[in-house]
Design a protein around this ligand. Structure first.
Ligand code: SF4
Ligand code: SF4
Ligand code: SF4
Length: 232
């Protein structure tokens, strides 16, 4: 089915920047409604080229109204300002945030797709998107892992009563004060979860190193920003 093949080419961040509620609806619109193939910023020009090849359509420049093209970013929570409201957890399409009601929350960087969806709901503006350094692109393996996490979340939400969905965090409380420790723990867990797949392990190790460096620098920047603009 064409929509499925198109969906396989999309980055699976579920960011909604294309104007649809996720990658699958956008793929469906591409397949059946003649939607423009240049509406996915996370896919970049390579994504446009892949869609154009499958659809046998001409290349287009990225539609800037959908967002800017940028290298991979990850969300960073400045935990000293987090009030534990869980709104970011509810917004995250891939369950990349851990925490519980009234407890601080932490992003698991390896699982973050950089979709930005947690930033706007945060009532105290303590989530910052930081570029992964050194710069790296979103890979097909990243997309595959994100899709698995998104689909797993969808299954879980479908099984939860509506009342629980609104009031209960996605995960058990955790005690994490060091984002680098969170990074390392998450990498180990992901490696186990993917059956110690060698390719996944190598990719995640590289991502961990890049993210650890970015986190250290970004946390310092975020705290400097807070010192200048304290939350009231
Ligand atoms: S990754 Fe692309 S196709 Fe998927 S939701 Fe975001 S913009 Fe839409
Ligand atoms: S942590 Fe934020 S930016 Fe990262 S995947 Fe979740 S919602 Fe998107
Ligand atoms: S939305 Fe902001 S304040 Fe609420 S739990 Fe998430 S990071 Fe903390």
């Amino acid at each position: 089915m064409l929509a499925e093949r198109l969906n396989d080419l999309l980055p699976q961040t579920q960011c909604t920047k294309c104007g649809y509620q996720g990658c699958k609806p956008y793929a469906q619109a591409l397949a059946t409604e003649g939607e423009a193939l240049n509406r996915c910023p996370p896919g970049g020009r390579a994504g446009i080229a892949a869609l154009a090849a499958l659809l046998q359509q001409p290349l287009l420049e990225p539609d800037q109204s959908c967002g800017v093209l940028r290298p991979l970013h990850v969300a960073l929570i400045d935990e000293q300002f987090c009030i534990g409201c869980t709104l970011c957890i509810q917004a995250c399409p891939v369950d990349a945030i851990v925490g519980a009601s009234k407890l601080m929350h932490t992003v698991v960087p390896e699982q973050c797709t950089g979709c930005d969806l947690c930033v706007a709901p945060c009532p105290v503006d303590c989530i910052t998107m930081v570029p992964v350094s050194p710069e790296r692109a979103w890979t097909p393996l990243d997309a595959s892992l994100a899709r698995a996490r998104f689909e797993s979340r969808q299954v879980r939400l479908a099984q939860e009563p509506e009342s629980l969905r609104q009031s209960t965090p996605a995960r058990a409380p955790v005690a994490m004060t060091d984002p680098l420790a969170a990074t390392q723990g998450a990498t180990q867990a992901m490696t186990q979860a993917t059956g110690n797949d060698q390719a996944a392990g190598l990719a995640q190790t590289a991502k961990q190193a890049a993210i650890a460096q970015a986190l250290t620098q970004a946390l310092a920047r975020a705290r400097a920003r807070r010192a200048t603009h304290p939350v009231r």
